[in-house]
Design a protein around this ligand. Sequence first.
Ligand SMILES: C[S@@+](CC[C@H](N)C(=O)[O-])C[C@H]1O[C@@H](n2cnc3c(N)ncnc32)[C@H](O)[C@@H]1O
Length: 331
Amino acid sequence: MPNPARLMQLALAYRSSAVLFAAADLDLFTSLSQGPRSVESLAESAGLAVAPLRFLLDACVAEGLLTTQDGAYANTPMTDAFLVRGRPAFIASGMKFAEDLYPAWGHLAQLVRTGKPVVPPESFLGDDTAKTRAFVYAMHERAKGISAVLPHGADFSGRTRLLDVGGGPGTYSMSLVRQTPGLRATVLDLPGVLEVTREILADNGFADRVDVRPTNYLTDAFGSGYDAALLSGMMHRETPENCRMLLRKAFDALEPGGMAVVSDVFFDDDSKTSPPFATYFAINMMLMSDEGSAHAKTEMAAWMRDIGFERVDIRPMPPPNPHTLVVGYKP
Ligand SMILES: C[S@@+](CC[C@H](N)C(=O)[O-])C[C@H]1O[C@@H](n2cnc3c(N)ncnc32)[C@H](O)[C@@H]1O
């Protein structure tokens, strides 16, 4: 008889996510940032119920999110770095976005039965203000890590005008402008998203070197005169036909010698079976968008060559960054 332990583990795995989300919602990691505290002290200062808080803290210890000694609880180095409000590597908005999608994953069978997203696709892109803010800040936090290493895969030095298609929070634009003397950037995105982007650009002091242009990238023109185009984390929302159309529009917006960089989560090859991260990513996109999925890096490279880009190259990013770059140049 096989052992059913793995089935039990999978059936209850959502509890681990719920523990993380609850602890982040209650901002427990920020409350512990000044040093270890007892459950009574945490409960009193935040007005929480002692008995369930104790179990939540113990569950956090079990999940490797906290440690405990002499009856006091403390952050681990990981939670201290990433889940304390105000720290440079804070990523709790990303946790919040994952939490927002948590109910959608509970309807995965419905997606497979109907072939339709289970949450309204536009709710994160302007229709629901709170969800849109959480989404844009989640993209910002995630992109902070990825954008810092982007120049390792694509050299922007000497480039002066960057077109950031579906640039969301503008984090890549800010990072590239910061690292590249003489570079200015334009972020194209939907109007509701750009309201939050303007706030992020102003807060970070980039409003003068990064501008935003409300654009539906499927229907509106991209403009011209750019020597670099970035298409990051947005091709996975689009059909192959639309990807080719977007690559064509980027090609037309570039000057001769212009560089196009597609950065995304990709399947390894056209069989679209690995890595598993891409499979989960594709499901996630299907749960929340009409055309979302994940493409193969090999098909993206082929589309770029078909359109006329030359020296097309696939460049992995260093782990734990899940993105790969597909880079090409306009002749
Ligand atoms: C996952 S985000 C990626 C943001 C950013 N490029 C990054 O990599 O962090 C996808 C972006 O595409 C934008 N987007 C989706 N559909 C769009 C459309 N039709 N026109 C313009 N932007 C769109 C979304 O608003 C969102 O900001």
